[in-house]
Design a protein around this ligand. Structure first.
Ligand code: IMP
Ligand code: MG
Length: 189
């Protein structure tokens, strides 16, 4: 995909810098899909994503997986900033698929502290899947509080707040095909 800032004048007025161009993201996602197709051949895995940030990653990843695969989503909301800091989230929408004896691959857009992911993995593990692994596109290792094994990882990112390719700031910017840094004036106090 050949896209740059000038294709999105209104959205990108607030973008300071592109951190990952669209073609680099597409290439890496396709490599992850190839690895998953190889590792899960014959296992009919279930890919589980958390709405809404994973929307674009999941869609592109699924299209590059070349084996039979099922998909399902959960949605979460925090009770409060305090509970969020403890990684406690509310399941606003649960899975429709039973996990018992399924090979489950948890697909996540970004992992920062790991608190959210850790909470969700504990919840899914209790449903007794045959296996449970993690595929994350953007890894921000600097603030990690909980060590979580990542079977598949797209990119390591520095500890900067980024938007695009599903990642939002106050629900905007998800539709950018690249990942970028916001200008300071884009942050609303
Ligand atoms: P954590 O791993 O529990 O700290 O939380 C990760 C969540 O914080 C993600 O699911 C995103 O919703 C959000 N997040 C973390 N870093 C960023 C970023 O750089 N841009 C947008 N959202 C982010
Ligand atoms: Mg968000």
């Amino acid at each position: 995909m050949n896209s740059n800032l000038s294709d999105y004048p209104e959205l990108t007025a607030n973008i300071k810098e592109i951190v990952l161009p669209a073609d680099a993201i597409q290439k890496r996602v396709s490599e992850l899909g190839t690895a998953i197709s190889h590792d899960y051949a014959g296992k009919n895995p279930l890919l589980v994503g958390v709405l809404k940030g994973v929307l674009f990653f999941m869609a592109d990843l699924l299209r590059s997986v070349k084996i039979p695969v099922a998909v399902d989503f959960i949605a979460i909301s925090s009770y409060s900033p305090e509970s969020r800091n403890q990684g406690i989230v509310h399941l606003a929408k649960d899975l429709e698929t039973p996990l018992v004896n399924r090979h489950v691959l948890f697909v996540e857009d970004v992992i920062d502290t790991g608190l959210t992911l850790n909470y969700l993995l504990r919840n899914l593990r209790a449903r007794q899947p045959a296996s449970l692994e993690v595929c994350v596109l953007f890894n921000k290792p600097e603030h990690r509080l909980i060590d979580i094994p990542l079977k598949y990882k797209g990119f390591d990112l520095p500890d900067r707040f980024v938007v695009g390719y599903g990642l939002d700031y106050q629900e905007n910017y998800r539709n950018l095909p690249f990942v970028g840094l916001l200008r300071p004036q884009a942050f609303i106090e």
